[in-house]
Design a protein around this ligand. Sequence first.
Ligand SMILES: [Zn+2]
Length: 62
Amino acid sequence: MAKTKRGRILWSMPSRGRGTCPVCSTTRIKLLYIANKSDGTALKVCKRCQNADQSRVDAAIV
Ligand SMILES: [Zn+2]
């Protein structure tokens, strides 16, 4: 499987894979992980938030 979280692949992504994490509000961090809200919305979150509590994900402002 191709590496999707490091290297040149990031340059093909919107904003080069970076943005503001909706869960922890860290800016310009790499958003490479998907977290699903309780209502089914998929959020892109940072590495630090990949294992965040569901309550924190649900509280995120998209
Ligand atoms: Zn985060």
